[in-house]
Design a protein around this ligand. Structure first.
Ligand SMILES: [Zn+2]
Length: 458
């Protein structure tokens, strides 16, 4: 009997050790604080994911600690205004507000977001706990932004510039046109001796946006606090033309195989079906090429690299206008519609292609529908694009002067004949070059604003 009791005692002892090892070795929930980052603003949110087997938790607390006080933001089973959802089998995500409205006592200064999560073990008889925290800085005061330039006139499909002041000067700022943002740059890149709070932003009212699209200047600090300033402007309608393009088999046979050979990653079901291959080039490839050009805006210089009006290619005739709505016909049928985002300029075959103004080459090479193509950056988001070249004389990184030869005109890419396809870009958005070719427009819309901004009192 004594032996049996001893054996039983040993069994219980071993089981207890096993349980102890199991409950201490079982993984604790893994907590990730995705939001807020290092700064918390007036309209801040928290975003926390917890990974644990089956997403099962017996406790999940999110709290903000500041000045010796703890403000509970979330606790199980839930709280109004806070979203708790199971993201996948083992992941739970909780998101909710942590700004001034959710925590009225929130004040400028240091604070700490604290998260505690517990998972059940042994049918809930035991548990395993994890804690995580993030130290952050609360900033509740939005930046201050005020427009200083006057007389803003925008041609639909064209460009404009605004000069404004932001404090603190480090806040990100720019112009928002509907859902599109145009970054601002320190005015010292264009106006000598401008103080750091003075900013400049080129922007566009794109051809595909409504004429009454709202436009304002914004400034946003690291904590996400945003200030806006409206300014006076006037929009001039510019009717976009419709044009009809007759495709013939000879044209498609010339351009499509060349483009497909240069673009092996373009999905085409049957390369021998000329019409289907043309539609893939004119649709999907055009979309990809435009997206690539848009991304070149990130390579822009923060300084103005040009001076004076932009140069239209010498001795050229305009063959197609900006934002022509083109309908494509093949064998008597309408097969496609696209918008032509540029100007077609025709001169003699293999004519020298001149840089429209001073700048730096940000792209030189083959680019799908544009064929052999050069993009020149003029600084502060303004760029120019030259397409269908037969040869290129510059390479990425080259500085170019106004009128310098970039290459020769040709008919590479989606081109019906030897011509230069030219467009101006503002932060990657195609805009009409007519504004930029006009000495009066450049003087009134841009240079005068920079001069006035540099004048004492601004
Ligand atoms: Zn063109």
């Amino acid at each position: 009997m004594r032996k049996f009791l001893g054996f039983l005692f040993l069994l219980v002892f071993l089981a207890a050790i096993g349980l102890f090892v199991y409950t201490t070795r079982a993984a604790a929930p893994a907590i990730a604080i995705n939001q807020p980052g290092a700064y918390l603003g007036a309209a801040g949110t928290f975003d926390v994911t917890v990974t644990t087997p089956g997403g099962e938790l017996t406790r999940l607390d999110v709290a903000l600690e500041q000045n010796g006080q703890t403000h509970q933001l979330f606790t199980l089973p839930g709280r109004e205004g806070v979203t708790l959802k199971q993201e996948d089998e083992n992941t739970v995500r909780v998101t909710g507000p942590v700004g001034k409205r959710a925590v009225p006592a929130l004040a400028n200064g240091a604070a700490r977001l604290v998260v505690t999560a517990e998972r059940p073990l042994l049918e809930g008889y035991r548990s395993r706990r994890a804690d995580a925290a993030r130290d952050l800085t609360v900033r509740l005061t939005p930046p201050v932004v005020a427009v200083v330039s006057r007389h803003h006139f925008i041609n639909h499909g064209g460009s404009e510039v605004v000069v404004y002041r932001v404090t603190p000067a480090e806040a990100a700022s720019g112009v928002r046109v509907g859902d599109r943002e145009y970054p601002g740059f320190a005015a010292s890149g264009a106006v000598q001796g401008a103080d750091p709070s003075l900013k400049v932003a080129f922007f566009a009212l794109a051809w595909d946006q409504d004429r009454d699209t709202p436009i304002h200047v914004f400034a946003r600090d690291e904590a996400g606090n945003e200030a806006r300033s409206s300014f006076d402007y006037q929009v001039f309608p510019k009717p976009f033309r419709k044009s009809r393009i007759e495709l013939n088999t000879r044209f498609i046979e010339r351009v499509v195989p060349e483009i497909l050979a240069q673009t092996p990653d373009l999905p085409v079901d049957d390369p021998n079906n000329l019409e289907a291959a043309f539609l893939a080039v004119n649709g999907e490839l055009r979309r990809r090429n435009n997206a690539f050009v848009k991304n070149l805006a990130a390579k822009t210089s923060s300084s103005l690299l040009w001076s004076g009006p932009f140069k239209q290619l010498s001795n050229t005739q305009v063959e197609a206008n900006f934002a022509d709505q083109r309908t494509y016909f093949y064998e008597g049928r309408e097969i496609d519609q696209q918008v032509h985002l540029g100007f077609d300029l025709a001169s003699l075959a293999n004519a020298p292609v001149e840089a429209s103004n001073a700048g730096a080459v940000v792209f030189a090479g083959y680019l799908g529908i544009f064929g052999q193509c050069v993009v020149v950056d003029h600084g502060m988001g303004v760029q120019s694009l030259y397409a269908h070249l037969s040869s290129i004389d510059v390479k990425e990184g080259d500085k170019v002067a106004r009128g310098q030869t970039l290459g020769r005109t040709g008919m590479t890419g989606l081109a019906g004949g030897d011509h230069l396809h030219f467009t101006m870009l503002v932060n990657g958005e195609s805009v009409t070059p007519v504004d930029w070719w006009s000495a009066q427009w450049v003087e009134d819309r841009v240079l005068r604003k920079f001069r006035e901004a540099g004048a004492p009192g601004n």
